[in-house]
Write a protein that binds this ligand. Structure first.
Ligand code: AHR
Length: 628
């Protein structure tokens, strides 16, 4: 596989090649990308999430200043049937202070001096006279850093809002909601958001994390998983209709990764975020079977039933079709109207829908997948359905999944693999032999089991092969994306974060360099190297919009490596090019909590028609040459 000399033509490759895989794993959504600062805001945590959790987890009942009363969790008259639990506060005696509740957020609530925070709560008066409430943010010493007041006066559920402006930066505050007059009231959906969410969206995303994702300029975002999509049994599937509309009406549930999903970051917010950063939405819906197609009784709703009953399949298929209407239908359509009511009358321009995730390819699966696929194809030929094959190279489901995809002529299937860096280096030719005019591939999850330079460069070498095979591979996304320190179920990940900071790994920078330098035409014969040097890999693409020619030159070895570049077939190019280099020792890594050890460095580069490039040991170089 030496690269020959001279350039002719070029082949069209997918314009959507590199994107993001977002799964609510490692506290990626609640406590992560989702901006909500209150944990268990709706009192819906339960032992189903985690054995020791209950509806008052992460709350404290407080009676400062010798006050007393009572706190109960009730369900008789909720704000919405989807959100059954709420807190009832009875203030019987006012000492020097009040009776209330306190929330420590997701391992405390970080706030910044001078910044504004939006507080809201649903409340209902259960006694005669209005009840005054003081809402405050308190530091660990109990000092107040921000304070505001509301007065609950309605005997019906009503939303009350107020803003808190913080006097001093503190990473460890608690939210205190204190009733300061006698009486009785019900409280639910106690919420606190920074005012400066990403693009200032209400119910929005944490700005720094969202910006890091935006900075990748992904062509698509896949969500909400991963295994989270089909959940932990039939009763735990991610049902998109439960995750749109007002947050107090969404259905919360156990997160398969051992915590809780509020669905506050739901389909509306995913689609909105995609639009905000110019990425195509790629929702993955369950194929009507549960995780690994198991119906074991240990699973949620696990009655032994592995798949949605045939008698309910038409309803389930309609649910899938309704998603297309919700995303793309006119605002006057039944589901388009719900999108419009949420504040987005224009269509979201959905193009891809994934059906299934790493499922076992059993007869139950095959039957249901075909029913869903046929229905979407018939009603929405404009939608590209992405099927699933089991993880590679672990299982027989991979082969069975491909067989099914070939039989049904599914446009794209989702391949997953987590493997050692050596695997990625030695499998670079994997797609060279795939059939060109058959089912295409979405590499929906891949990673080389580490966050060191040797991992990132193995992935970079592999990504040059993905570009070379961009006529067969339509989409690719590294996985998983986000991980909260101390709350991580899966390593490695692309970005590690805590409540206040985020640490992009070296793998992040590889993804970013490929993503911001995508092209739509691949050229075979631009780069040549010594065929014996297996540490070197390269690709050349052109972006037809700008005419820019982009070289990606990978040296995954310990010695410097030479590559010859021939740009003579591209016509007039500007010699004043840009070169970006990411390099570091094989063991170098950007470690959580420390300043980044390795980041890309961009400098001017003089590009001749033909030149020899000496790639530093352990490096990725991107050279971008402009058309004259
Ligand atoms: O990325 C983590 C998990 O790996 C995904 O949920 C699943 O699809 C895969 O097995």
């Amino acid at each position: 596989h030496a690269f020959a000399q001279g350039v002719k033509g070029g082949k069209k490759i997918s314009p959507d090649l590199f994107g993001l895989f977002f799964e609510d794993i490692n506290y990626s959504a609640d406590g992560g990308l989702y901006g909500e600062l209150v944990q268990n805001r709706s009192f819906e945590y339960s032992p189903t999430d985690r054995r020791e959790w209950h509806s008052f987890s992460f709350w404290q009942y407080i009676t400062p200043g010798f006050s007393y009363g009572s706190l109960n969790i009730e369900t008789t008259s909720p704000v919405h049937p989807n959100n059954p639990h709420y807190a009832v506060l009875n203030i019987e005696h006012l000492g020097d202070s009040g009776v209330g509740i306190r929330n420590d957020g997701f391992a405390k609530i970080p706030v910044k001096a001078g910044e504004k925070y939006h507080f809201s709560v649903f409340a209902k008066l259960l006694s005669q006279d209005p009840v005054n409430i003081v809402v405050s943010l308190q530091n660990p010493k109990g000092e107040t850093l921000a304070e505001s007041k509301i007065r609950v006066s309605s005997p019906d559920w009503q939303k009350y809002t107020t803003d808190l402006v913080v006097s001093a930066t503190n990473d460890s505050t608690a939210l205190v909601v204190l009733a300061t007059t006698k009486g009785k009231l019900a409280l639910d959906v106690v919420s606190l958001f920074p005012a400066n969410t990403f693009k200032n969206r209400p119910n929005g995303l944490r700005a720094d994390l969202a910006q890091l994702l935006a900075d990748i300029h992904p062509k698509f975002i896949r969500f909400p998983g991963g295994c989270l999509a089909h959940g932990d049994g039939l009763g735990n599937m991610y049902r998109w209709k439960n995750t749109i509309g007002p947050i107090e009406q969404r259905v919360e549930q156990k997160n398969i990764w051992g915590y809780h999903q509020t669905a506050g970051l739901g389909y509306f917010e995913y689609f909105q975020f995609c639009e905000d950063i110019g990425a195509k939405p790629l929702p993955v819906l369950p194929a009507a079977v549960s995780c690994q197609n198991s119906g074991g009784t240990w699973r949620i709703g696990g009655t032994g039933q592995k798949a949605i009953d045939m008698s309910e399949m038409q309803d389930y298929i309609q649910e899938v079709l309704d998603l297309v209407e919700w995303a793309n239908g006119p605002a006057a359509s039944t589901w388009g109207a719900k999108r419009a009511a949420a504040g987005h009358p224009a269509p979201f321009n959905l193009q891809y829908v994934g059906i299934g995730n790493e499922d076992k390819i059993t007869p139950e699966f095959e039957q249901r997948f075909k029913m869903i696929y046929d229905a979407v194809k018939a009603k929405h030929p404009e939608i590209t359905v992405i099927g699933t094959v089991g993880p590679f190279p672990e299982g027989e489901d991979f082969d069975k999944g491909w067989k099914l995809a070939n039989t049904l002529q599914v446009p794209v299937v989702d391949e997953h693999y987590y493997s050692a860096p050596e695997w990625f280096i030695s499998n670079q030719y994997r797609y060279d032999t795939y059939k060109r005019n058959a089912t295409k591939v979405y590499i929906g999850e891949y990673a080389s089991r580490g966050n060191k330079m040797k991992n990132a460069l193995a992935e970079a070498a592999y990504m040059t092969a993905i570009e070379r095979n961009g006529d067969v591979v339509s989409l690719a996304s590294y996985a998983p994306l986000l991980a909260k320190s101390g709350f991580t179920q899966w390593n490695p990940d692309m970005i590690y974060f805590d409540n206040t900071s985020a640490y992009p790994t070296v793998n992040y920078y590889v993804q970013q360099l490929f993503s911001v330098n995508q092209g739509d035409t691949y050229f075979e014969n631009v780069v040549s190297k010594n065929p014996a040097d297996s540490a070197l890999a390269a690709s050349c693409v052109q972006d037809s919009k700008t005419g820019d020619v982009i070289l990606k030159l990978v040296n995954a070895g310990p010695e410097q490596g030479s590559m010859k570049i021939n740009l003579s077939a591209f016509g007039k190019l500007d010699a004043a090019a840009a070169k970006t280099v990411l390099n570091g020792s094989p063991e170098a890594a950007n470690v959580f909590g420390s300043a980044a050890a390795v980041t890309p460095v961009t400098s001017a580069f003089n590009a001749a028609k033909t030149f020899e490039y000496t790639a530093p040991p352990m490096s990725l170089t991107v050279i971008r040459v402009r058309k004259k």
